[in-house]
Each structure stands twice: as C-alpha cells, then as structure tokens.
Design a protein around this ligand. Structure first.
Ligand SMILES: *[C@@H]1O[C@H](CO)[C@@H](O)[C@H](O)[C@H]1NC(C)=O
Ligand SMILES: *[C@@H]1O[C@H](CO)[C@@H](O)[C@H](O)[C@H]1NC(C)=O
Ligand SMILES: *[C@@H]1O[C@H](CO)[C@@H](O)[C@H](O)[C@H]1NC(C)=O
Ligand SMILES: *[C@@H]1O[C@H](CO)[C@@H](O)[C@H](O)[C@H]1NC(C)=O
Ligand SMILES: *[C@@H]1O[C@H](CO)[C@@H](O)[C@H](O)[C@H]1NC(C)=O
Length: 471
C-alpha cells in the first residue's frame, strides 16, 4: 500500500517538475492521459540520470515521511545472577524513562514488570509507578502468565519501552501486582519475552517482533553470549553475564560460521528438532518427530527432556542413580566423572561442558546432573534447552527466515567466564531508532489459552549450593 502511494507521487511530481523531464514515456493515469514533453536543452547521460534518480527518490521520501531507513543495532549487557541461575538485562519504561532489570527470556512472549501496587512476591523489588509516566495508558484488561516456576498477574498497559538503544512506543505490557514467591529475585523486576506473538498470553506483539518487522535493524536477528560462573571459585550473586545484541551479531564473540536451522511449523517458541545426542562419545536414543522438538530458552536454567531420553543419558554414566525427595526427576552421579554431552539440532554437534553438566554437589561423592526429566503438555515442546546448553555457544534468534543459529564462542567470549567483576549497570543506550507498536491484537485474558500450559521458564535460586526455591 505505501509503495503504491509513493510510486504515484513520484510519477506526479516528476511530471510537474520543471527542472528535469521525466524518463521517456507517457503515463496513463486513471481517467486521463498526460503527454510528457522531453526538454532538450540538456540531454542527461546515464551517470547524470543516476544522480537525478537518487536525489529525486530521497527528496520525495523525506518530504512524504518515508525517509530512507537508518538501520542500526544495539547491545544490552547482561547480568549473571546466582552462578548461572538466571540472566537479566535492562529495559526502560515510560516518560520520563525508568530502568528495570528484566529476565531475558526466549521461552515466552510477554513483557511484564511489577508495579507499585504489587503486594505479593515483590518484596525488595523495584516497582513501576505508572502514575509518574506521562505516556502510560491503562488498557484496563487483566493479564496473567504461567511459567514452569510460577505465575505473574496484574493488568495490561501501554507505554514507551526502550531496550538496547531502540525505543518502541505504545508497547503493551503487564503491570503486575501478584507474583509467585521466588519468581523475582532482587534486583529483577520482571521479564521480557523474546519468543513469538502466537504464544503471548496478552496477545500483544512482542517488542522484539515490532523492531524486527520495522526494518530498523541491520539484520533481522537477536544474539546472546552467556557467561559461566557455575564452577567459579567464589561467584558473587551478580556477575557480568555476557551480551545480548539486537539487530546484528557481534563478530568478536564467535568464531567460524553460524549454523542456522529453520524452526518448524508456525513460529511460537524458538523450536529446533533435536536430531542426535552423544554422552561420553556414545550415541543415546532420543525421541524423533515432534517429540524431538526443543525450545531454545534463555529463561530456563537447565535442560529438561523426555524421561526416556534422560534415562538414556544417565545409563551412560556408571554410578548414576535417580534422585529422591526434592530431587525427583533429577539424577545423581559421581562428581569425579567428567560428563561430556553433545547435542545436534540437524547441524554440527555442540558440546556441553562437564562444568555445566554438574549442577551441584549433594554429598562427599555424588553430584546432581543438569539434565532432568520433564513432561510438558499441550503444544509445549518436549525438550526445554536452557542456559546449561546456551553458555556453550553463541546463539542467534533470527526473525527471517525464522531460525536459530549457533556458533562456537570466541576466545574473547570465553575469557569472560568465571572472571569476577562488577555487574553492568543498566545499558539502555540513547534511542537509535524509534518505532511504534502496531497490530497489538490484545486478546485480553489469553484467548489463545496457551498461558495455561506449563511454560518453561525455570528460575532457580542457588544459594550455598542448595536450592531455596524451585518448581
Ligand atoms: C556524463 O556527463 C558528465 C558531465 O555532465 C561527465 O562528467 C560524465 O563523464 C558523463 N558520463 C558518461 C558515462 O558519459
Ligand atoms: C488499570 O485499571 C484497572 C481498572 O480498570 C485497575 O484495576 C488497575 O489497577 C489499573 N492498572 C494500573 C497499573 O494502574
Ligand atoms: C501511542 O503513544 C503516544 C504517546 O507515546 C500517544 O500519544 C498515542 O495516542 C498512542 N497511540 C495509540 C494508538 O495508543
Ligand atoms: C562486541 O563485543 C565486544 C566484547 O564484549 C565489545 O567490546 C564490543 O563493544 C561489542 N561490539 C558491539 C558493536 O557491541
Ligand atoms: C570451568 O569450566 C570450564 C569449562 O569446562 C573450564 O574451561 C574452566 O577451566 C573451569 N573453571 C574452573 C575454575 O575450574
């Protein structure tokens, strides 16, 4: 529609321009035929026509509001919380903008923050006072979302939201006033969902999709480098967590090529079929077909999969045994065993380091593995592949064509692992590009019904080697 209009304008204005004649032709406009007269005092050659054409197009686009797009990309520095339990970045909301720490979650599609009426689960959490923002709009519709680790509920609003140097006006988000205990750990105030609109509980277009679709990005993708502190000698509660980039990849953070695999079906989660797995170099049997579907999920700490596959993994590890009590669904194994798991999603096989496999030590000799038995329901994928895996690769979430890519981490990226440092401060950046959210088809209370599924964000609190909160 827009291109039709600007083409028509180009034609009309070319005709009326008195500086140059239009290219040789006569245009039949509806209901009229206008003979075009070529002026002959100066015959432009191809180079001159080229200069003319470029100026003409840019002037018209500037005049009629479709200025040539200035594309860009931006980076949000991540914080690693509680030795790889969760990874958060920052957004700024409202006018004037207020920054909040939010979990960066490729396993869901809603943005929400605790608001200042939050009474439940918001202890010691920074909250958003919507009355301080001149651009906040209350949509007066309920909002709730269910994760593997709890629930958040409140109401829907709209406001300007900034992230990684981009700004989206009229972004729909949840202003939440009740949160399951343990879901928010100070200083985190909420979560930004980076999966596709079809699974948004609010029905709203996710912020990243508005940006990807706007053409403001150099490339239609987002990328993560996540740090590892699980085996560091004395990790602090907050450590540098790596980088989240919108609109480009950062070539200093990976080596070789990025292997992209298309996501199957209509995009919902970032799904890849898991095609093979080895443990200590031996192939293990994993389900095929849709039972191989894996959500690639930065918002989940570990890796959950079908019971049969998890059993097959530990069958390769002498001395392993099913966990009991609160460890049901997990397995223990001798801490002295370096477990090497490698996973392929149709391309190269990617190794998970033994350090990531070893979740925690339970006794003098026994450790708990980071792969656990998970039964998902509804349309949720069978595997949830979280940070245990993602810390080992540079990961790219591509809008078009819809695909997930992995590459090997560069020495620069690897050098950030386990190095104690001050966590980054909120990195909103000055807005390089401003976009208005459109087509935010708000379904109200999750008309898709997807929010009732067991969503895969598992937020674990690891304190002194034991889990305080886990669902
Ligand atoms: C076009 O004309 C310009 C001068 O008006 C001249 O400098 C240029 O060489 C010409 N280009 C060609 C391809 O003839
Ligand atoms: C939005 O309005 C509803 C009433 O329609 C109210 O219950 C809710 O608290 C308001 N939300 C905020 C964030 O003020
Ligand atoms: C979008 O937000 C701006 C203020 O940021 C407001 O003026 C405008 O009315 C909003 N548009 C819609 C459709 O809500
Ligand atoms: C890419 O990552 C490196 C290492 O973290 C960083 O120094 C650099 O600023 C990043 N580049 C961009 C464009 O963000
Ligand atoms: C942590 O694990 C990584 C990956 O296996 C390894 O390279 C690193 O040396 C380990 N760090 C410590 C302190 O053991």
């Amino acid at each position: 529609m827009l291109s039709t209009i600007s083409l028509t304008l180009t034609v009309l204005l070319s005709i009326s321009s008195d500086a140059f004649a239009a290219p040789r032709s006569s245009f039949a406009l509806p209901g009229q035929s206008i003979p075009l007269v070529r002026r002959s005092q100066h015959q432009k050659n191809a180079t001159e026509w080229g200069i003319w054409a470029k100026n003409e197009r840019e002037n018209l686009m500037a005049k009629y509001g479709a200025a040539p797009q200035k594309r860009s990309s931006g980076t949000n520095l991540i914080t690693n919380q509680n030795a790889d339990s969760s990874f958060f970045g920052s957004v700024a909301i409202g006018t004037p903008a207020v920054a909040f720490d939010v979990i960066l979650d490729t396993g869901s599609s809603d943005l929400w923050v605790a608001d200042n009426s939050c009474q439940t689960g918001c202890n010691r959490v920074a909250t958003y006072d919507v009355t301080t923002s001149s651009t906040f709009k209350n949509l007066s519709q309920p909002f709730s979302i269910q994760y593997g680790s709890g629930e958040a509920a409140g109401s829907l609003g709209q406001d300007v939201v900034q992230i990684a140097g981009f700004s989206v006006a009229n972004q729909t988000f949840g202003a939440v006033n009740a949160v399951s205990s343990g879901l928010l750990n100070t200083p985190v105030s909420g979560l930004i969902g980076l999966a596709w609109q079809s699974i948004a509980s609010s029905g709203a277009t996710p912020l990243w999709e508005t940006l990807a679709n706007s053409g403001k990005w150099d490339q239609p993708l987002m990328a993560f480098q996540l740090t590892r502190f699980i085996n560091a000698t004395s990790p602090q509660a907050l450590e540098p967590g790596g980088t989240f980039t919108m609109g480009s990849v950062n070539q200093s953070l990976y080596t070789g090529t990025i292997d992209y695999q298309n996501i199957p079906d209509t995009p919902s989660y970032w799904i890849l079929p898991m095609t093979s797995m080895t443990v200590q170099g031996n192939s293990v049997s994993i389900p095929t077909g849709s039972a191989s579907y894996s959500a690639i999920d930065t918002g989940t700490t570990l890796v959950g999969g079908p019971s049969s596959a998890i059993q097959s993994i530990f069958a390769q590890i002498p001395g392993s045994a099913p966990g009991t009590g609160s460890w049901q669904g997990y397995y223990t194994y001798p801490c002295s065993t370096q477990v090497n798991v490698a996973i392929s999603f149709g391309g190269p096989s990617w190794s998970v380091s033994p350090a990531d496999f070893q979740l925690t030590q339970l006794s003098q000799t026994q450790c708990v593995g980071a792969f656990f038995e998970l039964s998902t329901g509804g349309n949720a994928p069978s595997w949830i592949v979280g940070d245990t895996f993602l810390k080992n690769v540079y990961s790219v979430f591509r809008y078009n064509p819809p695909s997930v890519g992995f590459a090997a981490l560069s020495p620069t990226a690897l050098a950030m692992n386990g190095v104690n440092a001050a966590p980054p401060t909120a990195t909103i950046g000055s807005a390089a590009a401003t976009v208005t959210a459109t087509g935010a088809s708000v379904n109200g209370n999750g008309a898709s019904g997807l929010h009732s599924f067991n969503m895969p964000t598992v937020v674990l609190s690891v304190v002194l080697g034991s889990f305080l909160a886990m669902v």
